[in-house]
Structures are given as C-alpha cells and as structure tokens.
Design a binder for this molecule. Structure first.
Ligand code: NAP
Length: 349
C-alpha cells in the first residue's frame, strides 16, 4: 500500500481490464521492410493509426561501450525531435543504448540514419506510439519491460501544443493525456525496471519554476473553456505534482525524479501552428531561444549524476524549491487519484 491508501501498480493493471478502449494490436515494421501485425482489438478490427505500436528498429545485440563502463539504456519520449533528439544523439555518441519514442515514422527513420552516421545504429531503436492514448502508453511500457530488463534513465520529452481542444479515442482531453497522464503511467509502469539500474533517474522536461497556470480541479479536461496556453500551463503545474507524487508514493525507491524546465529552446515549437503564425514562431525562436545543444548540457549532467534528493527541480541550471505551494503532497495525491480514475474510466471520469 502506498501512503495514499492504494496500490498504484494494482490500480494501473486494473486499467488493462477495465478500460473500455480497444487494445492488443501491434504492428512491427522492420528495417528490411517486413511487417508483422500481431493481436487484434476487442472488436476484431485492426485500427493501426490509433492503437498500434509501430516499430522501426535497427537494434540487434547491444555491444559493450568499449569505454570501460557498462552500456546504459535510456528511454526518451519525444526522442525524435528537439531536446529529446539531441539527448538521444548525445548518448548514442557516448556508447549508450537509446530507445526513442514518437509518432512520426519519418522522424524516426531520420534519427536512425543519424545514428548510423555515428556508427550507433545497432544501439538505437525507434518506437512509434501515440502517448496521448493511455492504452498505447501501457502497451509501450509492457513492451519496454519485456525487451529491457534494466532502464537507466527515462526522459519525458513528448509534447505537442494543442491549439484547439481535442479528445483522444478514449475521450480524454489531449494535452492532459499526453503531457500529464502518459508521464504518470510510464513512471509507474517502468519504476521497477528503473530500480534495477545502479543510478536510475527520471527526467521530466516540463515548465517547473513558473508561477503561471493552475489546476482546474472542477474541469481538468477544460470542457467548459479551452485555451491552449492555460491547458499547457495546467500541465506544467500537474507535472510538478507528478514529481511529488512519485517520491511520496515510493519513498524507498532509488529512482531520482528530476523536474527540468529547459526554458526557451529552439526546437519544433512552431510545428503545431498554421501560417503565418508558424513562420513568426520560427523566427522568434531563432532569434531568442537557446540552441538545443546548449540546452541539453544541464540535462546531461543530471542524467550522468542524478541529484541526491529523491525530488529536485531546475530551470536550466537554477534549482527550484520543491517545498513551495505548487508542490503540495495533498494536491499530488488528489491528482494521482484523478489520473487513475481517468485511466480506468476514460471520458466518463
Ligand atoms: N522548447 C522549449 O522552449 C521548451 C520550454 C519548456 C519546456 N519544454 C519541454 O521540453 C520537452 C521537449 O520539448 P521540445 O521543444 O524539444 O519538443 P519538440 O521539438 O516539439 O518535439 C516534441 C516531440 O514529442 C513527440 N510527440 C508529440 N506528440 C506525441 C505523441 N502523441 N506521442 C508520442 N510522441 C509525441 C514528437 O514526435 P512526433 O512528431 O513523431 O510525434 C517529438 O519527438 C517538452 O516536454 C516540452 O514541454 C520545452
């Protein structure tokens, strides 16, 4: 039992039985272009775009790093673009193994090509999974647990700014689903796999340290009034609470939980916008945002040497106090109960 009076892993495995959404379809696309479809959803239909885990992988056996230390395994959501991609390439060039998660196969292929250029193609995998779907997120975690007995670092970088309110197939508002729920589920589902590593760390790339945003407890899915910035900043505040919840629920875990706000970084920020906003955002980012290679430096330091406290937070290199009002354990408890309920009941929650 956790301090909130309920076993988190039981609650999550319940979702596999109680969630009304379809599951069990898996499509593997290999580099030799062979394609395997396994399993069916409950209705017997195969609905690849919504529920498949697509794999493009060149990973075979993982060699020793050859630098006198064991090869580490990093799972990076959003590892195909921006900060996640830069981290992926950094660790591949250092001799580690990287599993990058995203939805776009072209971006996945591009990462693998770059990995080949670094002679690291055999240590790089791309898993295509839509993490805004809790069903897909749990399936991805199952797969990662099966294929990787130990994960050293789990980096949360998957994010998309939702200019309009959208719901997932499960009926969950998409920013909440991707930015908050998937991170909660992956941390819980992969915790024991992380705990097999000597210095395990979760790095949650988020908006910590900002005062903007609040949780609309009576309307977390923003059904009454959706504004994209408010949805994003609600997600930022919720991610602060995810860090608190993880450390309170698992007080004896060796996993260090790091909330990291990279501040303004020149990445794929413009992608979700239509023209002319897209061009305007690109220009502003080029002029004022930090280059991605510089932005990853403090993140690399935290992955390589996880901070001593179970929970820590940073804006770039500046430490953030994790005992302030935005880090209230009572609110964290309330959030995780809500997220479990949402996973089980979807739109009905
Ligand atoms: N850049 C900044 O200024 C900034 C500032 C503060 C915080 N952050 C945080 O830092 C992290 C990385 O940001 P970034 O700017 O580097 O991101 P980015 O360049 O926009 O890349 C986003 C990544 O998320 C993946 N993604 C999007 N939707 C997904 C989904 N439904 N399922 C799985 N993967 C999905 C994308 O891959 P696909 O396109 O293939 O789906 C892509 O790899 C984010 O969490 C963001 O909140 C960034």
């Amino acid at each position: 039992m956790n301090p909130y009076g309920r076993c988190a892993s039981t609650a999550i495995s319940n979702t596999l039985h109680l969630s009304p959404v379809r599951r069990s379809t898996s499509v593997a696309v290999h580099k030799d272009r062979s394609c395997a479809v396994t399993g069916t959803d409950r209705s017997g239909d195969i609905d690849v775009p919504s529920f498949a885990v697509l794999t493009v992988s060149r990973r075979s056996s993982v060699p020793a790093s050859g630098r006198g230390r064991p090869v580490r395994t990093l799972v990076i959501t959003g590892g195909t673009q921006g900060i996640g991609r830069a981290l992926a390439l950094h660790y591949l060039s250092r001799g580690d193994q990287v599993i990058a998660v995203g939805t776009n196969q072209v971006k996945g292929e591009a990462l693998l090509t770059e990995a080949d250029r670094l002679s690291a193609g055999d240590r790089c995998s791309f898993l295509s999974a839509d993490l805004s779907s809790p069903t897909m997120t749990i399936r991805l975690a199952d797969r990662l647990r099966t294929e990787h007995p130990r994960i050293d670092a789990l980096v949360f970088g998957a994010f998309r700014y939702q200019t309009k309110r959208q719901e997932t197939a499960e009926g969950i508002e998409r920013t909440l689903a991707l930015y908050v729920l998937s991170r909660y589920l992956l941390a819980e589902e992969l915790r024991t796999t992380l705990e097999r590593a000597p210095h395990p760390v979760i790095v949650n790339l988020c908006g910590t340290g900002s005062r903007a945003g609040r949780l609309r407890w009576d309307d977390l899915q923003l059904r009454r009034r959706y504004r994209p910035f408010a949805a994003t900043m609600q997600g930022a505040r919720a991610n602060d609470l995810l860090g608190v919840a993880f450390t309170v629920e698992h007080p004896d875990s060796p996993v260090r939980y790091v909330l990291h706000n990279p501040l303004f970084v020149n990445t794929g920020l413009a992608e979700p916008f239509r023209q002319p906003t897209r061009t305007a955002v690109s220009i502003i980012a080029k002029l004022f945002a930090a280059p991605v290679d510089r932005a990853i430096q403090p993140i690399v330091e935290r992955i390589d040497t996880p901070p001593e406290p179970a929970l820590s937070a940073f804006q770039a290199r500046r430490p953030i106090d994790v005992t302030g009002p935005g880090f209230d354990p009572g609110a964290a408890r309330r959030l995780t109960i809500t997220l479990r309920n949402l996973t089980i009941n979807g739109a009905a929650a």
